[in-house]
Design a binder for this molecule. Structure first.
Ligand SMILES: [Zn+2]
Length: 473
């Protein structure tokens, strides 16, 4: 009864602002990081501030970390509940464009209104240590990390294909391409976007792929998350094998050979055709005159699709290049196709297709009526596709061997002839850290006409504010 009475007389509109003002003034939630008490950091994700203010998701997130922070404080910990703004990035830039001001101006307006909202929620944040990622005093450290990585060869520049709008004269993120057109230029007479080679910066995370994989096994995480992580790293061991161009193709470009990565060199005798990614640089060189227009139409169409769409399980598409390669294990001449289910970014951008032992190659062979040759005998019926190990068949001198033994023997035999080498591949890619857009931490690199790429260690390198930010869209 007593409790009910207290609630009935709790005048929140009066009491809360009164005490919140006191908390603010006396900085009661300021954490002393040098204190002798045991420490606790109630770290939650930093907010991406937008013009809309906080929403119910923020109210939930930060209430959880606030409860933790307060609980630990009561237990005698020096409890630190940080607060900050993940202020750079596309959504903030888009909001500024809409509002007709620079992102600097829009942040200067938005962040104080977040202060009011956070404080009205009664969260126990330490405002004395507030950070915002768009301020030079913060991003000088982002730049410092970049500089250290650059000096160690772990940050590098490379060219990659990016969506490009000729009207904006800028690259577009995947989500800014809608039905093949730029989100800002999507009327009937606007052009379709295309892919353009753009220089970008990368962090060499692939150097750490093995370390990352090893560490994953010991993590105290759910199996589902661990499996997702392991698949994302995607380690596979196998070999890179060279296929020479067949005679008639050789005349078009005699220096070329096609290198493929395979985890199943034991199935080489079953490679009845090859498939290249549409972007493979060899495609235009080896394509025959009769096939050229069809190949060009196909590669143009493929360039409009993103990798996720290309990997989806759908009906296979592809075009014959008119070129042939020689299977190094038996000298057989096999046709070379182009198909978008093969990606340039994985392996070598070309595969040897073994339809009897690979599901996707099998679908492709069925659709285009290409030969299927079983080379590993096991419990699976001969007419079905099988990845399983077994006993070698249709494989010349390797017949009768266990497929796992044949795998090693074939690689070592081809390696002796300079036609293969054992190789480990990963699905993980280096991390692209470039922004082609304006609103982000500048990369501290000078492109000097005389000295080329020069690291600028005079940090911070400050992002200039543009006066006419929105005029040209
Ligand atoms: Zn555009």
């Amino acid at each position: 009864m007593a409790i009910l009475e207290v609630y009935e007389t709790f005048e929140s509109e009066e009491i809360e602002p009164k005490w919140q003002a006191v908390w603010d003034e006396e900085q009661v939630y300021k954490a002393d990081l040098t204190s002798d008490k045991p420490k606790y950091i109630a770290m939650s994700m930093f907010n991406y501030p937008s013009g809309a203010g906080i929403h119910i998701g923020h109210a939930m997130n930060y209430t959880i970390s606030d409860v933790m922070a307060r609980f630990k404080r009561q237990q005698g910990f020096e409890s630190y509940h940080p607060v900050g703004w993940d202020a750079f990035g596309l959504p903030a830039e888009n909001y500024a464009i809409k509002a007709g001001v620079s992102p600097q101006q829009s942040m200067a307006k938005i962040i104080p209104s977040y202060h009011t909202q956070y404080k009205a929620m009664g969260w126990s944040n330490d405002w004395s240590k507030e950070i915002s990622t768009h301020l030079p005093e913060y991003y000088r450290w982002t730049q410092w990390i970049f500089a250290e990585m650059y000096k160690k060869g772990l940050a590098y520049q490379d060219s990659r294909m990016q969506w490009w709008c000729t009207k904006c004269q800028t690259v577009l993120a995947n989500e800014q391409v809608i039905d093949g057109k730029c989100w800002r230029h999507d009327s009937a007479d606007d052009p379709e976007v295309n892919k353009k080679e753009v220089k970008q910066w990368f962090f060499k995370i692939t150097d750490y792929a093995d370390e990352l994989l090893e560490a994953t096994y010991d993590l105290d995480w759910s199996e589902v998350v661990k499996t997702a992580q392991i698949n994302w790293i995607g380690k596979s061991e196998g070999a890179e094998v060279s296929f020479a161009m067949a005679k008639e193709t050789e005349t078009r470009d005699k220096r070329q050979e096609l290198r493929v990565f395979t985890t199943r060199p034991d199935t080489l005798f079953g490679a009845t055709f090859m498939v290249m990614a549409p972007e493979h640089p060899l495609v235009p060189m080896i394509t025959s005159d009769e096939q050229r227009s069809e190949i060009e139409a196909y590669t143009t169409e493929a360039a409009k699709k993103d990798e996720v769409t290309r990997q989806e399980n759908k009906e296979k598409t592809g075009v014959f290049t008119g070129a042939y390669a020689v299977n190094p294990i038996n000298g057989a001449t096999i046709p070379i196709w182009v198909a978008d289910y093969v990606l340039m970014g994985y392996g070598t951008g070309a595969i040897m297709a073994v339809p009897a032992h690979d599901e996707r190659d099998h679908e492709f062979a069925e659709k285009f009526d290409l030969p299927v040759l079983r080379v590993v005998k096991n419990d699976t019926p001969d007419e079905e596709c099988s990845h399983d190990e077994g006993i070698m068949m249709n494989s010349g001198e390797y017949d009768g061997m266990a497929s796992s033994d044949a795998r090693e023997k074939i690689v070592s035999d081809l390696t002796t002839k300079g036609l293969a080498e054992a190789k480990t591949n990963y699905k993980i890619r280096d991390w692209s850290v470039s922004r082609q857009r304006y609103w982000g931490a500048p990369i501290p690199i000078i492109h000097c006409p005389k000295d080329g790429i020069v690291l600028d260690e005079n940090l911070p390198v400050v992002l200039p504010e543009l006066r006419r930010f929105c005029a040209e869209w």
